[in-house]
Design a protein around this ligand. Sequence first.
Ligand code: NDP
Length: 407
Amino acid sequence: MKSTLRDLGYVGACVALPLVTWYATIAVLHYDGALVVPDLDFWARVQPPSATSVTLYLAWFGLQALLMRLVPGRQATGEPGAHGEVLRYTLNGLRALGITLGLVATAVLGQVLPPTILHDEAGALVTTTNLVVLALCIFVYRIGRAQATQEERERSWAEAFFLGATRNPRTGTFDWKFFCESRPGMILWLLLDLSCAAAQYAEHGVVTNSMMLVCAFQILYVVDYFVVEEAILTTWDIRHEPFGFMLCWGSLVWVPFTFSLQALYLAGHPVELPLVFVVGLVALNTSGYYIFRSANLQKHHFRRDPTRPIWGRVPETITTRRGTPLLVSGWWGKSRHANYLGDLMMGLAWCLCCGATRVLTFFYFIYFVILLVHRERRDHDHCAAKYGADWDAYTRRVRWRILPGVY
Ligand code: NDP
């Protein structure tokens, strides 16, 4: 009974989450970003796929897969796979991003594609991407089931579809999780932002300072992701999560279409911020970025070389019965997830760029607080089970979960 209810929950989430992406896009495009109660007129605005949106998205997905496959890059190793094999990754994300931006700039300057095309097709693209990614999730489920370990095969079909049938479904050496987590979703997000800036200029004859800030902050985030691409290999997602609808759809649909909501809003509602706000937002984003990046790198370097100095000193650690030591220096001695704190500070800066008149422009921050608080709890349970008494010793030393002194 309990498992049936859980399975129903997974199926419900597969239906509800796409509805949220439509809701947010329609509310921003047609209802000035107001939190309206959706009626039939509202849902009638869900746009069907257009020939342009289908061509664009399929070409986009194919291009990113080709770049991932063909562009040379540094080789890195990740966690052992389902059958104990060590997985290898080609770190060519920054090059793929550079080539993509070069190709898009050429197409725009050569007047093959109007710069506003992603903004203009946003409604149809949300539908197209949802449908293509649903098909991809079914494919990933099927190969995941075939590649699953004995233990993973015990998951019900609903759990295996939603959470993932196996951790690293691959076609040959093509790693679907590594690909989907970064390339087609993250880079599309960046291009959606730029297209919204172009649309604001086309419609209002100006690119406001708020739009410039949103674009600059989010470009920094995406470029940074690819500059330190290797650090993804030690994240929770890559190391521990199975790959199913949640991560696949989340990375390919949720990320580009909900993370770009601020730019989508500003395209139709220009906001010019006073200088003091601009300075404050730059300070908030920069300090958030510093905490986020340095905390993630401290752990990443520590996992690769536990003696590498942190803040000028040899790191303090807790040795564990499990073997992998726990770091208590640097940010990991201030709170258990200072990396989440930095990420949240950046998210707040992005949302504040739109002013404070609409709840929907804070969609990202609200979602992110819920996600990271829940994620921290899950990681805590996971680590408590994995490290036992050693984790208790760590949590006694480092009391705060995310924000020192508060939570
Ligand atoms: P972390 O990178 O924080 O990884 C958690 C893991 O790190 C634990 O499971 C444990 O794994 C290890 N660990 C925990 N504490 C210690 C310690 N003291 N010393 C050494 N190792 C430790 O988690 P996430 O993957 O959740 O986050 C990575 C980044 O991605 C964060 O900055 C987060 O904000 C961001 N993120 C962004 C999202 C977005 O939508 N924009 C979504 C999710 C995350 P083990 O012991 O096995 O090494």
